[in-house]
Ligand binder design. Structure first.
Ligand code: HEC
Ligand code: HEC
Length: 473
């Protein structure tokens, strides 16, 4: 409260110069209020203006207006989440099937599918026999293959899974919760593999990297420049929903989020937000946080922007993506122009993160070592590079072609997403749910998806083999 009058005076003088009228000396002097009460008396009645300066319309205490918004949002939250639950249940079988021995790198069971629900009376085989026109006309494209919305799409913003909020309560929103069940998410915390220390294996020691432990865990393993980059990656920066203004979605004022809040241990636990690139709001894509493993081997970044360096993406994230592509919001809530020297440190640290080990791959080719692989994996590799045509876009060693492709889902009556980055498939078993928005819960779903969208006509055994091959990557 102490600094309030100065802040207000500054804000008011900015606001006033925005109004064309007051030009005379006298008016300027008499309209130099130094408190909310005085401002009201002086007749600053424009509602927009009051929102800008006080965060509340005339006559309303800004703190009260925050409380009112929070109360309303909290009251509406159960309905918001129930609606999303219904949508998810219509799209997916959420029973989370598992299969013995089918695990992620540290042992969490992988979800096994397909979990996407078929249209009534249809089988995967029947659907795969139909062409795009037929599927579109009969409205037979499975709902789960279409865009997955944010539970509160009109508001959007970053949402963190419950398992993470338990450890970091600062990441809780009062208006919306995470929507997918935990069994469909990557392991938490994920392991960390350093390109500079393959001999050490997972260097996370089972902890989530954050501001209090990064120095203890990484000092001596990385260079001082990389350690400084890591410091920045675990430093909170203001963001649209998590900030210190009245206009936020966390109950307590927040210093913001850190890069590794979403890219937990340089991987992901399926945190999501909306892409900053598309308008109108309801057309914006839900984005499932991608892993930062293997960034060193990828030439384009982001599902839409095709940004050409990790450094540029690092700047873009907190300046643009955090504020939905609206620089005015960024300036209001805490714009942070990271110095390019620090950006280089952050980029360098991100580029030291490796994919998880894949013991069945031949280091020379990035393809299966046929003396180690199972017969099913070998069969799957044949389908991947042959009949399945997956290698038209997913090429070893990272299993991406560094291109964006438009799968033209509108052919099937689904929403048109336009070109999207070919995500890398190395280590893919660790990263459910799949696709830019996380619409496909399991690898089996991705196989059924491409079987239909690519018109592949794979048989049961080929589909099974393809999933087994991807689990070996
Ligand atoms: C919502 C939580 C969230 C936070 C916080 C976050 N990211 Fe991201 N990050 C994402 C999402 C979602 C994408 C995918 C963007 C897209 O597809 O367009 C992404 C993409 C990236 C990519 C490109 C990955 C690729 O596929 O090529 C990099 C690099 C990256 N983020 C770095 C950072 C850095 C550095 C920070 C901190 C300044 C940060 N991120 C903070 C969610 C987050
Ligand atoms: C025309 C290029 C192309 C072909 C061919 C292709 N893919 Fe992809 N793949 C993509 C693109 C683009 C994406 C990202 C789609 C999205 O996020 O909307 C993707 C995403 C994926 C993902 C999810 C990756 C992630 O991180 O979420 C998997 C798994 C996958 N593809 C497997 C396959 C398999 C298996 C085949 C062959 C049956 C195949 N792809 C054929 C371009 C292709």
């Amino acid at each position: 409260m102490v600094g309030m009058s100065t802040v207000l005076a500054a804000a008011l003088s900015v606001g006033r110069s925005g109004h064309a009228q007051p030009t005379s000396e006298g008016r300027q002097q008499t309209s130099q209020p130094n408190s909310i009460e005085q401002a009201k008396q002086k007749g600053f009645e424009g509602v927009d203006f009051y929102y800008d300066v006080f965060g509340a319309p005339p006559g309303q205490d800004p703190q009260k207006s925050f409380e009112q918004v929070m109360k309303k949002d909290q009251a509406e939250k159960p309905e918001v989440m129930a609606k999303q639950r219904k949508l998810l249940e219509e799209r997916y079988d959420l029973s989370c099937k598992q299969s013995p021995g089918v695990t992620m790198t540290k042992g969490k069971p992988q979800p096994v599918g397909p979990a996407v629900r078929l249209p009534a009376g249809m089988t995967w085989e029947q659907l795969a026999q139909m062409g795009p026109d037929d599927i579109r006309k009969k409205r037979a494209f499975p709902a789960g293959f279409d865009r997955l919305p944010h539970p509160k799409h009109a508001v959007g913003g970053q949402v963190f899974p419950q398992i993470q909020i338990k450890q970091f309560p600062r990441l809780e929103r009062f208006d919306v919760d995470f929507d997918l069940p935990e069994c469909l998410l990557p392991e938490f915390p994920p392991p960390i593999f350093l390109t500079i220390h393959p001999e050490l294996g997972d260097v996370s020691q089972g902890e989530v990297l954050h501001a209090d432990n990064f120095d203890r865990l990484f000092r001596g393993l990385v260079t001082p420049a990389q350690l400084d980059g890591l410091r920045m990656l675990v430093t909170q920066f203001a963001q649209e929903e998590f900030n210190a203004t009245h206009d936020r979605k966390s109950a307590k004022p927040s210093l913001g989020v850190t890069c590794l809040d979403c890219h937990v241990n340089f991987h992901t636990t399926a945190q999501f937000h909306l892409n900053p690139d598309t308008r109108p709001q309801l057309e914006r894509l839900r984005l499932d946080t991608p892993s930062l493993r293997g960034m060193f081997n990828q030439q384009i970044h982001g599902s839409k922007r095709s940004i050409r360096s990790v450094e540029d993406f690092t700047e873009f994230e907190q300046r643009t993506a955090y504020f939905n592509g609206d620089p005015i919001r960024a300036m209001k809530k805490g714009m942070n122009l990271i110095d390019r020297v620090l950006v280089a440190h952050m980029g360098q640290m991100q580029n030291m993160i490796d994919f998880p080990p894949a013991p069945h791959l031949d280091p020379m080719t990035g393809r299966l070592d046929r003396t180690k692989a199972t017969p099913l994996e070998v069969r799957g590799e044949d389908v991947f590079f042959g009949k399945g045509r997956c290698a038209a876009c997913h090429l070893p060693p990272s299993y991406t072609d560094h291109q964006m492709h438009d799968l033209h889902l509108e052919r099937f009556g689904a929403a048109a997403d336009g070109p999207i980055k070919t995500f890398a498939l190395r280590g893919i078993k660790d990263s459910p749910p799949y696709f830019h928005d996380g619409r496909l819960p399991t690898l089996e779903d991705t196989v059924e998806f491409f079987n239909i969208v690519g018109g592949l006509k794979l048989d049961q055994e080929e589909k099974k083999a393809l999933a087994a091959f991807m689990r070996a990557l």
